[in-house]
Design a protein around this ligand. Sequence first.
Ligand code: SF4
Length: 692
Amino acid sequence: SSDESDGPTKTICPYCGVGCGIQIAQDDEGEVTFRPWGDAPVNEGSICIKGGAATQSVNHEDRLTEPLIRDDDGELREASWDEAYDLIVDEMERIHDEHSAQGMGFYGCSKAMNEENYLIQKLARRYGTNSVDTCTRMCHSSTVYALRNSLGAGAMTNSMEDLEEAADVFWIQGANPGEQHPIANSQYFRQAVLEGATVIQVDPHANKTTRSFDIDETDRHMHLQLEPGTDIPLLNVVIKTILENDWLDEEFIAERTQGVDDLKETLEDFDKEAAAEECGVPLEDIELAAEKYAMANNAAIFTGMGMSQHTCGVDNVQNEINLALITGNLGRPGTGVNPLRGQNNVQGASDVGAMPNVLPGYRQVDDPEIRADVEEVWDFEIPSEPGLTNVEMSHEIGDTIHGLYIMGENPVMSEPDTNQVEKRLEELDFMVVQDIYETETAEYADVILPATSWAERDGTVVNTDRRTQRMRGVDKVHPNTKHDLDILCDVGQRLFDDGSFDFEGPEEVFEELRQVAPIFHGMTYDRLGEEGIHWPCLEPGDEGDPYLYADGFTTESGYGQIEGVRHQPPKETPDEEYPLILTTGRIIEHYNTGTMSRRSETLNRVEPENFVDVHPNDAETYGVEDGDYVTLKSRRGEIEVQARVTEDIKEGTVWTTPHFADSAGNRLTNDVLDERAKIPEYKAAAAEIEVT
Ligand code: SF4
């Protein structure tokens, strides 16, 4: 074992970005078991249903145990590592010769560690392309874009601890922490409400977050249940109410921002009543929420995929930034604009450069000076043109993209319009998948490499509030599996005989990361210890920053950027043929594409299958009874799911999940993209429903 003590091993839950500490132990047969970690820095021993069940998928019989190669007859057969590596090297070299380096695309993994994501982006760039991306593209790329552009850093501005202590108002829009970040919700937000804070939730769907704040004898919870895709008009009503009442922080605006006149001009003729009607929320409710936010000493915004996964995702988040900037709610404890990040290392995967436009530490790849700086450490030429995002790589299959190298992601389930994704993958020349199970994507692979799981590896991850923490592993459960990091080093060494991939282990990789990414420069494995450190940590001895922008914004101008935005409806709206609007979300028991959570007995027992929420009036219109199986259709496909007739959803809207392979919500979603961030519009598609 890599753990030096004899007792349980301290690590981090592999599911969400809250980053709860857990302990794991291993018996003589290799079975891995869960133990609480009582004084873990983030969760102090609390755990949600997913975290408690996380080791079940590690022990699952579906684990890949040997490398597999697809023969000419299409069947998979076991192979040695050498045979698999030889094939990978031959095919990658062939694609390079026939189509240039741009013929390959690389997927990093938001569940893999910083060191592994660092290596896959280095592998892509050494090969000669910047086409490397992770599923951060699907969840918060628009948020990261807006935050970087207007404040300076593409990450949560504050941290859980300062928010719980200092915030009087939590404005939660398009996020469902009660199910997606359960410990943050129970330990921090709910706790703050019990102690006097107010929660304003903006979401088309009532969910466990809504119910978690139904606390006796408090009226400190509002739920603004808006129509999907009307976040901009709703926030414009809020902002206009603040402007009308002069609830602005004039000093903050004058000293630290630019662009307020543009915002005022955008809203000059804005009709609040018409907008409230469009949102489907009473105007006086939005005005009251505006007052509560503006009157708070410290108000914090939390933002989730309900905001980011739209073709206007960047503008949605920009409007949250506008709200925070005009009221001076940035740069001190209890404030800010805070994306709740999904996977346990989706923040870190981006931080270490597994993105097509930036090198580790968010340094622009098209800046020659930055490239020169990194080239000094890497000792090879970095391609200068930004690469393709993952959805663009998928769209380019057969045109520019001929091969894919996928570490741990499952685009068949995670990308929108599944039917098209499957068709395109069939056209690929060559695909490598390294994973712990034969995923829906691996079914299209030519080589499948069996990786160790999160519980068997050492490395670091960055949680939603930039806290960088160490993960520690127990022994391998299956002897012929390999750590992702070792696989990438093996492939890198075989492709390039120049020492670029000579690393003894994760700590050596982290040491190189520190040299090229200033935000990690002051961290070492020793310093991270059990508490972790929030980046930026620029110098050895630097304690890291629990909240950003105390001394100014880190944009080029040094100012926070205010920018008025106008309503942009979703690209698909209901019509006669598809009269409903479909929106998607996740449930507490399952996680994203379900590869791990569907292999957990406990989670499957609670939620064994997909469902669709239908409003009682719509149920009547379409003749649907609670519990009926229905066909849910969009222009792109259909799935069969059980109907739940419930007032949790607004009339005219239906809601389903992406977790289940046999009724995958993404067969229906629209792959149209936000122009700047390239995030797909998962949250709004026209749909219809038929009783099966
Ligand atoms: Fe794991 Fe997130 Fe649950 Fe914590 S809240 S136990 S990190 S899934």
